[in-house]
Design a protein around this ligand. Sequence first.
Ligand SMILES: Cc1cc2nc3c(=O)[nH]c(=O)nc-3n(C[C@H](O)[C@H](O)[C@H](O)COP(=O)(O)OP(=O)(O)OC[C@H]3O[C@@H](n4cnc5c(N)ncnc54)[C@H](O)[C@@H]3O)c2cc1C
Length: 267
Amino acid sequence: MTDETNYNATVVGKILLTPDLMILRVRTDEPRNEFKAGQYTSIGLLGKEPRSPNSSVPLKQVDDDLLIKRPYSIASANNDVHDFEFYISQVKSGQLTPRLFNLSLGSRMWVSNKIIGVFALHDTPPDANIVMVATGTGLAPYISFLRSHVADHQNIKMAILHGAAYQWDLGYYSELTFIQNVFKNFYYFPTLLKADNTWTGLRGYIEEHLLGGLLEKEAGIEIDPNKTQFFLCGNPNMVSTISNILYEKNYQLHKSNEPGSLHIEKW
Ligand SMILES: Cc1cc2nc3c(=O)[nH]c(=O)nc-3n(C[C@H](O)[C@H](O)[C@H](O)COP(=O)(O)OP(=O)(O)OC[C@H]3O[C@@H](n4cnc5c(N)ncnc54)[C@H](O)[C@@H]3O)c2cc1C
């Protein structure tokens, strides 16, 4: 049985980028242990919390006193163990996200004490380039990577390929453009599927750009497992298509007991 006394954190920021995409900032009552950029934690709300007005009817009802918990990648830098940022998309028929989208500043919620995951930069070879590929909110762990480590990785090249539908789905666009302007070794490649005529950037699927030589031509980054580490996070179709392209180029999946140059976070 759970009640509000299990809530251990307060919402301190909520930015709705679209009605179904938000940046949520949460302050935990007690600091968490040190963590590595790219890791995730679980957050939760009770079943009795109201759902957002634009959500749909869930497939099943949950008990009022059930704590609904789901894992989310931390987008904030790893030097802050009190305030955590999450980049969340609303699954309209889901259980937790419609309740998260209904939160406001000062709302109470639950955040796990544990921060876990092996999707992290810390054990990549120090001289390897880093390519981070994401669709949608799969960008979250890379924001933590960059906020935590971009300044210590100026000897290598780093790139983000971010796929989305419309311009307004590109969360963190300004921050990533700013980092690209400040750090000459960082390249930001957003690519859109449904952009209108005001968009002058890349269009189409990430895999088309990879196969078309974008990284080599625009950033001088070779797709070679001895030179470049790849991180993939987001839509399962994107992860599967791009990992197949990389396996063809002799990439091997990174495991905790067996280092490889391909790192995957599956949602
Ligand atoms: C390591 C990790 C990190 C993650 N990080 C992020 C992140 O940074 N940002 C982010 O937005 N998400 C992230 N996720 C996904 C997140 O954990 C949730 O899965 C997501 O937010 C949906 O939660 P929900 O409770 O709203 O939906 P759920 O209730 O879990 O529903 C998910 C889907 O299942 C369907 N469904 C629900 N119940 C049923 C049923 N009975 N029968 C059939 N279908 C059903 C729903 O329609 C929906 O499509 C991460 C996941 C993992 C594993």
